[in-house]
Design a protein around this ligand. Structure first.
Ligand code: NAD
Ligand code: DAU
Length: 359
């Protein structure tokens, strides 16, 4: 039975990954989820799995080398899947230091603890141990021209404190692979959407605001392009890279689904109107007049677009969920989880939201 150490498993992608893995492997694997439970970490995301005998939650900060070292000492970890990070670009522009701490120092601690646990006296590593570092397409910077794509060989050119910190963490993983032959992979993925996404990110924020008849903030001219991938497809890709990918390689993961922000917002409004019953009072609130152009994000990257050619050619992964279907599933999930949304939009999230949008 393989034992997984998942960091950041109480966040958006981490919790979807844990659900995916239990659905796929059931009792064949054991998962230890380590999460500091920052504002973005929510144990409600894992209610369905928390009673499983093969699941353990440990609250710890990945920068705490004693706590992380203890987990490795007490458990024979076979796989690390490292999600834990500060993940929101706008927050990084306001408060860069915590991004450097968690994303760079935290990754160094994870690498060092895994290396200490897995390294043999002769400097080689125990057979079969693997570390997967979950990263982002934002490390490649911004594409200006149609027809250009990010490849694994595209030079790094991060612009925001968030992407700079993720780029630094990727470089550390590369350094461990090059220097020690540390058994790792890096994945660089495009924008995810789906269940459990914190409503500071575009898609859940728009769904949540529209249902309450609140303004829908569009940064700049609304024509920035992102490449959207349904989160379950990302979870599947991570597992396939870790089990079938070549060690020491980087794999780009993307949705083949480039859309301008304003298109996304229009699709969400139209889909909400289709899905809400005629007698639902929210139906009258949802309309395109809510769209409000606001000040642009500082240093706002214009376009991201992943070429997922390598992962398709080597591993056979490709995106499965069409955006039309994925957005309907996401909206249906939010309809069924009103309580979840109420809980995460109270307290500290609300304070942040008010500061960000001058409410
Ligand atoms: P998220 O913000 O929803 O979740 C991050 C999780 O990490 C939270 O549970 C949080 O409590 C935890 N965490 C934060 N700091 C920690 C610390 N110091 N110690 C332990 N746990 C800590 O993020 P997400 O959107 O799920 O992203 C997960 C990973 O995927 C990140 O590394 C991110 O860079 C990467 N990624 C995200 C996207 C996306 O579209 N969201 C796309 C590509 C890559
Ligand atoms: O590309 C992968 C990245 O995608 C991940 O690495 C990040 O962790 C994740 O947060 C995401 O970053 P983005 O900055 O692209 O996502 P966000 O949802 O914040 O914004 C998407 C686009 O929508 C972006 O161009 C900014 C714009 N936007 C966002 C918000 C929150 C708006 O126009 N209005 C908004 O209110």
């Amino acid at each position: 039975m393989r034992t997984y150490l998942v960091t950041g498993g109480a966040g958006f992608i981490g919790s979807n990954y844990i659900h995916y893995m239990f659905k796929k492997y059931d009792n064949e694997i054991r998962i230890i989820n380590v999460d500091a439970l920052t504002y973005a970490g929510n144990l409600e995301n894992l209610r369905d799995v928390e009673k499983r005998d093969n699941y353990t939650f440990i609250r710890a900060d990945i920068c705490d080398k004693e706590a992380i070292g203890k987990i490795f000492a007490e458990n024979d970890i076979d796989r690390v899947v490292h999600f834990a990070a500060e993940s929101h670009v706008d927050r990084s522009i306001r408060e860069p230091e915590v991004f450097v701490k968690t994303n760079v120092l935290g990754t160094a601690v994870m690498l060092n603890c895994a290396k200490a646990a897995w390294e043999k006296p002769n400097g080689s590593f125990q057979e079969g141990k693997k570390f997967l570092h979950v990263s982002t397409d934002e490390v490649y910077g911004s594409l200006e021209n149609e027809g250009e794509y990010f490849y694994e060989t595209t030079p790094y050119a991060p612009h925001s404190p968030y992407s700079a910190s993720k780029a630094s963490s990727d470089m550390l993983v590369r350094a461990y692979m090059d220097t020690y032959k540390f058994p790792a992979n890096i994945t660089n993925c495009s924008n995810n959407y789906g269940p459990f996404q914190f409503p500071e990110k575009l898609i859940p924020l728009i769904i949540n605001n529209a249902l309450q008849g609140k303004k829908l903030p569009v940064y700049g001219d609304g024509k920035n392009v992102r490449d959207w991938l349904y989160v379950e497809d990302h979870a599947k890709a991570i597992d396939m890279v870790q089990e079938q990918g070549r060690l020491f390689e980087t794999y780009n993961i993307g949705g083949h689904n480039e859309k301008q922000n304003i298109e996304i917002i229009n699709i969400i409004i139209e889909t909400l109107q289709e899905m809400l019953a005629d007698d639902d009072p929210r139906k009258a609130l949802v309309n395109k007049d809510l769209i409000t152009y606001v000040e642009d994000r500082k240093g706002h990257d214009r376009r991201y677009a992943i070429a997922p050619d390598k992962i398709k050619a080597e591993i056979g992964w490709e995106p499965e969920t069409m955006f039309k279907e994925g957005i309907r599933r996401t909206i249906a999930w939010f309809f069924e989880h009103e309580e979840w949304m109420k809980n995460v939009t109270s307290g500290s999230y609300q304070e942040y939201y008010n500061k960000m949008y001058n409410v």
